[in-house]
Design a binder for this molecule. Structure first.
Ligand SMILES: [Zn+2]
Ligand SMILES: [Zn+2]
Length: 226
């Protein structure tokens, strides 16, 4: 994906998808993109497919709309972000901080511990770290994230404590995954997602992203990007 130039249509469509998510907390439809950008419907569809293939966004299984444009999600995925009367769906615990990083705003994050069902609330901005001592479990190694990225995000969840992760694993038989603190994911999300609303955004290279992981201490086989 790195080094592959985006077509001008893909760049326009990408900027409009991200702009709509940022402003309105929702994904624009392909017809809306085509009409708004003055593109033929087939050209808008081809641009969406190009962006999907380069992992710049994720289409629905049917390919008929935007499912995710990381860190944004078109549908509920266990995390709600709020600033005043504006709301966004967070794709996962990590993406929630990604929305904070992309919007550069202080947001309240609301989710539920998968283990005990407790409602968990915390807040962060691009300069203010989350204070809560909750932990996040990532379900699978970095090499496997994009095999099914929606499933990966669905399972990157915030828990009350390491003990609640353990109780939940005992109950469900889920893989160990990797457990880290909110603060680490917040630090990672800032450079990982902070540039997503830039209209001139270019995909990060594998090496660049690997360095971002290393910078916050996420090293070893679990974190080796494909
Ligand atoms: Zn809990
Ligand atoms: Zn995610």
């Amino acid at each position: 994906m790195a080094g592959v130039a985006m077509t001008p249509e893909a760049r326009m469509v990408r900027a409009e998808v991200y702009g709509t998510f940022a402003r309105e907390g929702r994904a624009p439809s392909p017809a809306e993109l085509a009409a708004g950008l003055g593109l033929a419907p087939s050209a808008a569809q081809a641009a969406l497919r190009e962006l999907h293939d380069m992992h710049a966004l994720v289409l629905t299984r049917a390919g008929d709309g935007v499912r995710m444009a990381h860190p944004f999600s078109a549908w509920p995925m266990g995390f709600v972000l709020r600033a005043g009367d504006r709301f966004w769906w967070g794709g996962c615990a990590w993406d929630s901080f990604g929305i904070v990083a992309a919007l550069k705003e202080r947001l309240e994050i609301l989710t539920v511990c998968p283990s005990c069902g407790a409602e968990l609330r915390y807040a962060a901005s691009d300069t203010e770290a989350p204070e809560a001592s909750y932990v996040v479990r990532l379900p699978r190694p970095a090499a496997e994230w994009w095999e099914d990225v929606v499933a990966t995000c669905t399972n990157i969840r915030t828990f009350c404590s390491p003990e609640h992760v353990e109780a939940w694993r005992d109950k469900t038989g889920a893989a160990p995954g990797y457990v880290t603190g909110l603060h680490t994911l917040w630090r990672l999300a800032l450079p990982w997602y902070g540039d997503r609303l830039d209209p001139n955004w270019e995909p990060h290279s594998r090496a660049q992203n690997q360095r971002l992981l290393e910078d916050v201490g996420l090293t070893g086989p679990f974190w080796a990007l494909p």
